[in-house]
Design a protein around this ligand. Structure first.
Ligand SMILES: [Zn+2]
Ligand SMILES: [Zn+2]
Length: 262
């Protein structure tokens, strides 16, 4: 638990957040079907209140794959309009439409609602990890679920096939740093081994600097005539960073494509 009534659940996939209010339960993200079944089982031991709202930070399967476990028991599923479109497109391509529970509510730039003693506000600040990432703010508790807008000390997945953009991602993080404050507690979709899945605005700044350095480094290498194939073999970054481990090929490929595609 992060507070008396807001907690997080990590089993396999993107971190889930839940809010147990006197009116009912709100859940942010759903991992995969088995994980959501476990979560639902556990939450039913804590409260007899109904599931009112399931929010998806974005459409990726490790965040929305478990939606189906809430079918028939949750009143509403909410996500950014692009997240819903992405979920529908990917499910159609993979022929997994029958394994999805799609949002029945969407929003464009901002959405808010009183919920129990909380006010829940969703913000959309532009393309980043995908083109449909919502920041979910529980205003009274001052807790923000960042979804995959923050990979804590772990190389990020940049889903260009779903409209991701690193340059815009940097702006999104800047907006978040301005919107929230020093006391805000942030929840992250993923973190590297040994690093927390919650933190402060300092993590946002550190990740923004990392993304900026990635773009700068990539541009230099492009200017020096490196081909895509040569470039993505890079294993050591030429700048000081806490982002280590495997998966470096993902942001490097995305950065190279972003900077060489009109
Ligand atoms: Zn994820
Ligand atoms: Zn994701």
């Amino acid at each position: 638990m992060l507070t008396d009534d807001i907690g997080i659940f990590t089993e396999r996939g993107g971190t889930i957040l839940f809010y147990l209010s006197n009116e009912g339960i709100a859940v942010v993200d759903s991992q995969f079907p088995d994980q959501s079944n476990h979560l639902i089982e556990e939450l039913k031991k804590k409260t007899e209140k109904p599931f009112k709202l399931l929010i998806n930070t974005h459409h990726h399967g490790d965040h929305s794959g478990g939606n189906i476990s809430f079918k028939g028991i949750v009143d509403h599923v909410l996500a950014h309009e692009n997240s819903k479109a992405n979920q529908e497109r990917v499910a159609k391509a993979n022929k997994t439409e029958d394994k999805q529970l799609f949002p029945d509510q969407t929003f464009g730039t901002v959405w808010n609602q009183k919920f129990g003693k909380e006010k829940i506000t969703l913000h959309y600040f532009g393309a980043a990890h995908t083109n449909g990432d919502a920041l979910v703010h529980f205003e009274k508790a001052n807790i923000v679920h960042m979804g995959d807008l923050l990979f804590n000390r772990r190389h990020p997945f940049v889903d260009r096939s779903s409209g991701a953009n690193i340059k815009s991602w940097i702006t999104v993080l800047e907006k978040a740093e301005k919107k929230f404050d020093k006391k805000t507690q942030f929840v992250y979709g993923h973190s590297a081994e040994g690093f927390d899945i919650t933190g402060t605005v300092d993590d946002l700044k550190a990740f923004r600097n990392y993304l900026g350095s990635i773009l700068e480094f990539t541009q230099k290498e492009i200017n020096a005539g490196k081909t895509r194939e040569e470039f993505i073999k890079t294993t050591v970054l030429p700048f000081e960073t806490q982002w280590k481990g495997d998966g470096l090929v993902r942001p490097l490929t995305a950065a190279y494509e972003e900077l060489t595609t009109k």
